[in-house]
Design a protein around this ligand. Structure first.
Ligand code: FE2
Length: 284
């Protein structure tokens, strides 16, 4: 019997959330988004997902196409398309406090890795269980985490409709151990709750075995600031959007620099030898 993933109330302390994350590799946080923010964000996504209905995506290869399957609808580049995301998700205090503790010891600053809304429609199949940190498979195995990931339920998640499968405790496993099916727990949580997990925790999207229920969620993850991100946030966020962002939001989207001179390193990401956001301001 697999262990359960702990569920915390929205006002749980950061210490409690971090302790749960460290022990289980994942934690569910109820009411991560307010009712109002959830409703407004879903309204923004409705139209975007509707245009996806007939979209033929040009995935780079068959393996990526197969990973998502053809019963999943996507909204990518969310920061460039959703003010609610920028205002209520990107700089969510819980994300930032977890990233401060888990990622900041290993970088000058962390960054958004990807924000990706997915609707798992009836018939969508389970993803293979994986560690998200595998996108940097060539990185020598570090003892520390390089990524914090999450899924926010935008509609209710159940074991039947594609609720995320998570393998509690798998962040501690040695390389080479792969989970047995019975070791995965399907996350059930109401809309507005989130499951936050480490980049080293095995997980995967569940299969939607319902006839008519569409499961909508947003995958949000952050990574060390010196890694290449899954999504090219600087290109997917239009300049006119970036100019309206808070300084912190623009840094998280890669429009700052990663300055490691303080520890004897170098700097990354400059434009004209300065922070990219300065270029955008001067273009105004
Ligand atoms: Fe994943």
């Amino acid at each position: 019997m697999a262990e359960k993933i702990p569920t915390l109330k929205a006002d749980a302390s950061d210490e409690t959330a971090l302790a749960a994350l460290e022990e289980y590799g994942a934690v569910i946080i109820d009411d991560f988004l307010s009712r109002e923010a959830l409703h407004a964000f879903n309204r923004e996504m409705d139209d975007l997902l509707e245009t996806e209905r007939d979209l033929e995506r040009d995935f780079p290869n068959d393996a990526i196409a197969s990973f998502f399957g053809d019963a999943v609808r996507h909204v990518t580049g969310v920061a460039g398309k959703s003010k609610m995301f920028v205002d209520h998700v990107l700089c969510h205090p819980r994300y930032l406090s977890i990233c401060d503790h888990v990622l900041l010891p290993n970088c000058a600053d962390y960054q958004l890795n990807i924000a990706h809304v997915m609707e798992r429609c009836p018939g969508s199949e389970a993803q293979f269980l994986h560690r998200d940190e595998w996108v940097w498979k060539r990185l020598p195995k570090l003892s520390d985490e390089v990524q914090i990931a999450s899924l926010i339920a935008l509609t209710e998640f159940t074991p039947e409709n594609g609720g995320t499968l998570v393998v509690p405790g798998s962040h501690r496993w040695e390389e080479g151990r792969y989970p047995e099916p019975h070791e995965a727990v399907a996350v059930g949580m109401p809309a507005g709750s989130a499951v936050v997990y480490l980049g080293s925790t095995f997980h995967g999207g569940g299969s939607n075995r319902t006839d008519a229920v569409i499961r909508r969620g947003i995958h949000v993850s952050y990574a060390l600031g010196w890694l290449r991100t899954e999504e090219n946030n600087c290109l997917s966020t239009p300049p006119e959007v970036v100019r309206g962002l808070s300084p912190r939001a623009s840094e998280l989207l890669g429009f700052g620099i990663h300055d490691d001179l303080g520890v004897g390193g170098g700097y990354l990401g400059v434009v004209e030898l300065a922070e990219p956001w300065k270029q955008l301001v001067s273009d105004r």
